[in-house]
Ligand binder design. Structure first.
Ligand code: UDP
Ligand code: GLC
Length: 389
């Protein structure tokens, strides 16, 4: 039995944590023993799908862990404080790795790559960075590059767009997409009660968006596109699913005000965080995610698996998932007019929309099955550790 130590610094639940939970739930526990090194107060540890594994709290709420990635290398004093905190954390993580008999370290967030990477190096353990971000050129990227030069990680990139940033780095990069539990995200009859409870009118098409409320997810562009669509006249309602995560809580009010100013209050339903995303997708007709430079976008694949056509942006890893004109429509990021045009086209042609959804479902099944993805990750562990399973 090989012990793998997973390291994640996040307290909120994002797609990174959802992906890790799914991976842990599909590991072959006869071969691998996972332990999780996590942050104090991590809300996602309460997720019912997280299997019973060894949990070790190693990240107290500290300045360096609270910083946004664009603030990582801020003023000199803050930077020195950050460095000394990070070193102390890395030493603590290293001690924990040794104590729990870890044989490989798998880090799941940017800060975990840095701190867990240093700890793995100090403990002399092989390291896998599961990279889920596209970093713009700048301080955070330079820091990661320096760390890569010292820690020699094997990298799992969740899309080719994520892998592209490592060209020329001294690392081995493997593109393994995120996996979706296809047994939970299936097409199915919409629940009438749920529709009614959400205040969705019968017979009116539903455009669904699932994303945490963070500026780059493109909610502003979405609202502006919906206002244009409304002016054109087709009947629709929009279900906006998600809460603020890794950002300021006031952003939610800002978006609600914008919707009000654009006269959208009677067509937009804000649900906040929901644990029943598959059900919400089943009562929807079109999925939309106008995020900019989205590294992957689990929510897109979930919608495809349920059989929805997708309208999203031609940037980041999204074109590797959505095939333009086949499983959905891709538009330029930050362009409400194009976005409205794509939505309008699918609303006007439900037959084409259904066909795209069907093709998307097949594509999700072929490429993004969590069982296949978990197999690829385990094969990587076996290759690195020269295991003979
Ligand atoms: N999600 C959820 N409930 C919500 C909003 C999001 O369960 O109210 C899930 C969503 O279904 C997806 C994940 O959170 O599995 C978001 O992952 P994605 O990769 O789309 O975006 P990220 O937040 O990681 O950038
Ligand atoms: C990150 C990315 C998202 C990706 C998720 C899971 O949060 O923003 O695109 O799907 O990680 O890997």
């Amino acid at each position: 039995m090989t012990t793998i130590a997973y390291v994640d610094t996040a307290r909120d639940l994002g797609g990174a944590e959802r992906s890790l939970i799914e991976l842990l739930a599909h590991l072959d526990l006869a071969l691998f023993q996972p332990v999780l090194l996590h942050a104090r107060g991590a809300v996602w540890l309460g997720d019912p799908l997280l299997p019973a594994i060894g949990l070790h709290e190693v990240f107290p709420p500290l300045g360096v862990l609270e910083r946004r990635r664009d603030e990582v290398a801020g003023r000199l004093v803050a930077r020195l404080q950050d460095i000394s905190q990070a070193l102390r954390l890395a030493l603590g993580v290293k001690r924990r790795l040794v104590r729990c008999g870890a044989e490989l370290v798998h880090t799941n967030t940017l800060k975990a790559h840095l701190i867990g990477g240093l700890a793995a190096r100090l403990a002399g353990l092989p390291l896998v960075w599961h990279v889920r971000d596209i970093l713009p050129p700048g301080a955070a990227r330079r820091l990661l590059h320096q760390a890569a030069r010292r820690c020699h990680p094997h990298i799992i990139a969740i899309s080719r767009a994520v892998a592209a940033q490592f060209a020329g780095w001294p690392v081995q990069c493997h593109v393994i997409p995120n996996g979706i539990p296809l047994d939970r995200f299936t097409p199915g009859p919409p629940s009438r009660q749920l529709r009614a409870r959400l205040g969705l009118r019968d017979g009116v098409p539903v455009i669904c968006n699932v994303a945490r409320l963070t500026p780059w997810k493109g909610h502003r562009t979405l609202l502006e596109a919906l206002a244009r669509l409304r002016a054109e006249g087709p009947a629709f309602q929009a279900l906006i699913v998600g809460e603020v995560a890794f950002w300021d809580d006031s952003y939610e009010q800002e978006l609600h005000h914008l919707a009000g100013d654009l006269g959208l209050d009677d067509v937009v339903v804000w649900t906040g965080f929901r644990a029943d995303v598959a059900q919400l997708l089943r009562l929807s007709d079109i999925f939309v995610l106008p995020s900019e430079n989205e590294p992957f976008g689990r929510a897109i694949v979930e919608a495809m698996a349920v059989g929805l056509p997708v309208v999203a942006c031609r940037s980041g890893g999204v074109p590797e998932i959505v095939v333009h004109e086949q499983t959905g429509l891709l538009v330029d990021p930050g362009d409400p007019e194009q976005l409205a045009g794509a939505l309008s086209r699918l609303l006007a042609d439900p037959q084409e929309a259904r066909l795209m959804g069907e093709r998307g479902r097949q594509r999700a099944q072929q490429l993004f099955d969590i069982r296949r993805v978990a197999g690829q990750v385990q094969q990587l562990y076996a290759d690195i550790l020269k295991l003979d399973h």
